[in-house]
Design a protein around this ligand. Structure first.
Ligand code: PEP
Ligand code: MG
Length: 746
């Protein structure tokens, strides 16, 4: 009978709460819980297994099994029925456990006399903590109500563990969030940083788990859900026009009005939970489903539901995102994901960024790169593991995060940072010297930029100018299309800050991975090969015209360099050039000053442009190889796809031969050529590019020092010979030979 069951469940929760309130040691509390649970469920056995490390579970308390086996019996993840529950996160309900698949007999526990087995995972918001088991002699399957009751106990256990209720001796009873953890992710911006965690969205802590008065809890939940609906409607009204955001909010609205969602939470209250615990139990179930969902769409929707539960929890507990906590010293930001605008608000005060999700080409990554802040993405579990203020070391070079590192790690990491700092000093000492090689060749080193905040680096890095100014960043960080006057003012400030140094403005390069929040998203099967960059600019010339006009106005008579991205054929260049001519004619008519010198170039990012006719090479005033895109098309390997993006070496002989061919074409027509992809900022790659004849490189500001340092120590004639010899010898990549040459340098 449900009512009897509900009151039993509430009684058990009440007793659990009393146990929590007792001033007892961790072990004593666990023992009491096993006793209470076995008693309430009418089983002979109740046992709690907790993780002592990522792979091993330990029996930490039991009622009914041999007490001697506590803290002795251990099992690997996946081993036996308990290990299986832990691995899969799914309930096992077996009437005849010894004959169930995967059963492992553990003689020390004396469990062979028990026939039925019910095991549920102890997990908090998708994080696995252990397994709770009841067993009895009678061979029977447990009912759905009994499973639910045990799940609620497991949830209470998880919450209590989070609050440090079971701290005791041994690894399995260590206080949560105190152990050191190593989390492996993916590098999105190199560099190392030491600091303290700052959670972008601090987790909600539920301290009030049990609801004594169900009617009151129902009323609280109803009111909170109503508030939630209103707030989603308000967001919706503000977001209209922003398709992506509207889509997410529509999903929110659908869930907020979903009867099933509400009903499940109400049932949780009926069984004795407080309104917030009811929401969290539902959220935990959603997280468990999320972990198992293979379908990307389903995962995203479950993610929406998870976000919505968080909002509801914040309403119920009054815990906002603003907790009143102060940003710690040397803050390292932790978030599931973050938008470029939010990241810019934190700005350069951040020492490092760790994201659970994110991608190398995401806007956040672009901004982190522009700000030169080490960024690790795909750092699973970081949000669950980290607490505000925790000590952390971010190794952006290896894509690794050391959370609460122990002394050995701290020392090794600090040594590494000291070595890097020393290298920085070396680079600073040659900042004002030219990048002249031992054979007397001067290589021009420019920097890439995209934000006003980048411009001070022009001075500090020793770059000669800005070889690539990615104008799309200004568009990406806004919630609506910037106005011409705003752009003109910004470009003018960029030119002011450059103090006469050359700045190459690349016109809007959107599409593919760079989607403007306020433009209609295109549903394209393969966006990297889709409607992007100059293709958008020529098909919908309004924005391009506005941008060209803003650039001409910003120059206000000063020299101006404009570069068109992703040009795939001559005709695209001439069409874009015609737009410039039209803009000039318009400005002349209006009596505005024209640039004292105007140069119009193109990015060479598609193999097709490399083979364009001679006339194109004669006509274009300069070319810059966008190696990031060119390489992805040359090797047919998506630069965004972790599986393949590192598969082909830039120093592969085919790619170098291709670049050599482009250099030769430019030489024949006297066309200025530079290289502005990421590889220009990698010292060994930069050296090889210089050796084969690329004498102008544009890179991140932080790379100018290391690249210059290496170039000044090398003889390009020797390097060229090493490259050609390796190629002649049939090597696939010239890297090993070049590294050998570098090892031989004094
Ligand atoms: C490139 O493709 O190499 C390039 C510099 O452009 P982006 O990385 O902005 O696509
Ligand atoms: Mg590109």
């Amino acid at each position: 009978m449900p009512n009897t069951f509900e009151s039993e469940s509430r009684k058990l929760l009440g007793r659990l709460r009393d146990t929590m309130a007792d001033k007892a040691a961790g072990q004593e509390r666990l023992d009491k819980i096993t006793h209470l649970t076995a008693d309430s469920m009418g089983t002979e056995v109740c046992s709690i297994y907790l993780f002592r490390d990522d792979e091993t579970l330990e029996l930490c308390a039991t009622q009914g099994l041999n007490p001697e086996s506590v803290h002795q019996t251990r099992m690997k993840l996946g081993e036996g029925l308990v290990g299986r529950v832990a691995r899969t996160g799914k309930v096992i309900n077996a009437a005849d456990a010894p004959s169930a698949k995967g059963f492992r007999y553990m003689p020390e526990t004396g469990e062979e006399i028990y026939s039925s087995f019910l095991g549920v995972p102890i997990q908090r918001l998708g994080e696995k903590l252990g397994v709770l088991v009841v067993q009895s002699k009678e061979a029977r399957e447990f009912s759905a109500d009994e499973i639910y009751a045990l799940e609620v106990v497991a949830m209470v256990l998880a919450e209590m563990a989070e609050l440090g209720a079971f701290v005791g001796e041994g690894a399995a009873l260590q206080a949560r969030h105190t152990q050191s953890v190593l989390i492996r992710g993916v590098t999105a911006q190199e560099g190392t940083a030491e600091g303290h965690i700052w959670l972008h969205e601090p987790r909600v802590v539920v301290t009030n788990l049990v609801g004594d008065d169900p009617a009151k809890e129902h009323a609280r939940l109803t009111e909170a859900v109503e508030n939630l609906r209103v707030s989603v409607d308000q967001l919706m009204a503000v977001a209209s026009g922003d398709t992506e955001q509207v889509q997410v909010l529509e999903a929110y609205r659908m869930f907020a009005n979903s009867k099933g969602w509400l009903r499940r939470m109400e049932e949780n209250i009926d069984r004795g939970l407080s309104a917030e615990a009811a929401v969290e139990k539902e959220q935990s179930d959603v997280r468990a489903r999320m972990l198992q969902a293979n379908d990307a769409y389903l995962r995203e929707r479950l993610q929406d539901l998870d976000d919505l539960s968080n909002r509801l929890l914040r309403i119920l507990t009054g815990q906002g995102t603003q907790t009143g906590a102060e940003l710690p010293e040397n803050p390292i930001l932790v978030a599931r994901n973050i938008g470029p605008g939010e990241l810019l608000e934190y700005g350069r005060q951040l020492r490092g960024i760790i994201l659970e999700e994110g991608s190398v080409g995401s806007h956040a990554a672009i901004v982190a790169r522009a700000l030169a802040i080490p960024l690790v993405i795909g750092a699973k579990r970081i949000q669950n593991e980290a607490l505000n203020g925790d000590h952390v070391m971010v190794d952006g070079d290896q894509g690794v995060v050391h959370l609460r590192p122990d002394d050995t790690v701290v020392n090794a990491f600090r040594d590494k940072m000291a070595m890097q700092a020393k290298a920085q000093e070396r680079y600073a000492s040659i900042r004002d010297k030219p990048a002249v090689t031992l054979c007397g060749k001067t290589i021009r080193l420019d920097m890439n930029a995209g934000l006003m905040a980048d411009l001070p680096s022009l001075e500090s890095s020793g770059a000669e100018g800005v070889g690539l100014f990615r104008t799309e960043l200004q568009f990406l960080v806004r919630s609506q299309m910037p106005k011409r006057t705003e752009l003109a003012a910004l470009y003018s400030r960029v030119l002011d800050a450059a103090q006469g140094k050359r700045v190459v403005f690349r016109t809007l390069d959107i599409g593919s991975d760079k989607v403007l929040p306020y433009m209609q998203a295109q549903d394209e099967p393969n966006p990297a090969l889709g409607w992007r960059a100059i293709r958008v600019g020529l098909d919908k010339p309004g924005v391009m015209r506005m941008q060209l006009q803003a650039l001409l106005r910003a120059a206000n008579g000063r020299p101006l360099s404009i570069m068109f991205p992703f040009v795939a054929q001559y005709e695209e260049y001439t069409a874009a050039r015609a737009e410039v001519n039209k803009a000039i004619a318009r400005e002349t008519k209006l009596g505005h000053p024209l640039p004292e010198k105007l140069e119009i170039g193109a990015m060479l990012e598609t193999p097709s442009l490399a083979f364009a006719c001679k006339k194109f090479y004669e006509e274009v005033e300069f070319l810059s190889i966008g190696g990031n895109d060119l390489k992805q098309f040359f090797f047919a390997a998506d630069r965004e796809n972790e599986r393949v993006r590192r598969r082909y070496d830039t120093l592969n002989v085919s790619f170098l031969s291709f670049i050599e061919d482009i250099i030769a074409r430019c030489k024949a027509t006297n066309t200025r050529l530079s290289f502005c992809g990421e590889d220009a900022g990698r010292p060994v790659e930069a050296l090889c590019l210089a050796a084969i004849g690329l004498h102008s490189l544009s890179m991140r500001p932080a790379s100018v020092g290391p690249v210059k340092h290496l170039l000044r120590r090398c003889n390009l004639d020797d390097v060229r010979k090493v490259i050609h010899d390796a190629r002649d010898a049939g090597e696939q990549s010239v890297r090993p030979a070049v590294m050998e040459y570098l090892r031989g340098l004094s």
